[in-house]
Design a protein around this ligand. Sequence first.
Ligand code: PRT
Ligand code: MG
Length: 222
Amino acid sequence: GMITLALSKGRIFDEILPLLAAAGIQVLDDPEKSRKLILATSRDDLRVVLVRATDVPTYVQHGGADLGIVGKDTLIEHCAEWGETSLYQPLDLKIAQCRMSVAVPVGFDYAGKVRQGARLRVATKYVNIAREFFAAKGVHVDLIKLYGSMELAPLTGMADAIVDLVSSGNTLKANQLVEVEQVMPISSRLVVNPAALKLKQQRMRSLIGALAAGVEQEFNPD
Ligand code: PRT
Ligand code: MG
């Protein structure tokens, strides 16, 4: 049977291409040029399905895809929402790296507020990660769930702080926000459906092994 790999368009798709190439696999369509949602690869037993980043764990969990690639941020939130899932997570692919951070408006005395035990209003898409992080520090927070453009929340006075992903820091800077604390480093993970792994053991294991070798090659060459 066919092996189906779930990917999201954008940085994860772009950054997985060299790792797939190292495993001898080319994706035969460009998602930026075609509207296709199912993409053929140079291996006739492997296809790619394009889904929203937040839907990747769902596709793999429910067998719509045999394996998928998803940011650690999205994976933690998925597992927090759905409880202990059976998703197998064999590999850190080290792509689409960034960090999850707390940011506040320039001039906001975050450390002082925390020291005083003040209650902070925190806007984020990552409510489970944020809740856990502040609880572990004993910081009191009111969480405000947003689906995007977190930077706007402090600028409008709706929140004191945000928890968001940061890579270059340009988005924060452009909105007069500063990073005050790092929550965790983020990279993309391979997730695998355990039933599919059993059923298509040999080919799945060889694909996972080839990706692992690609990661080693890319990040520890020589
Ligand atoms: O965009 P969509 O709503 O469809 O879904 P998505 O935002 O989850 O997908 P996508 O493709 O934007 O991100 C996929 C994954 O890439 C995320 O789950 C992360 O694991 C990873 N990643 C790595 C990032 C970033 N770097 C990143 N910088 N995801 C988002 N950003 C955003 C961040 O949210 C902020 O708006 O980029 C902005 C900050 O970037 P800098 O460079 O200005 O600091
Ligand atoms: Mg995005």
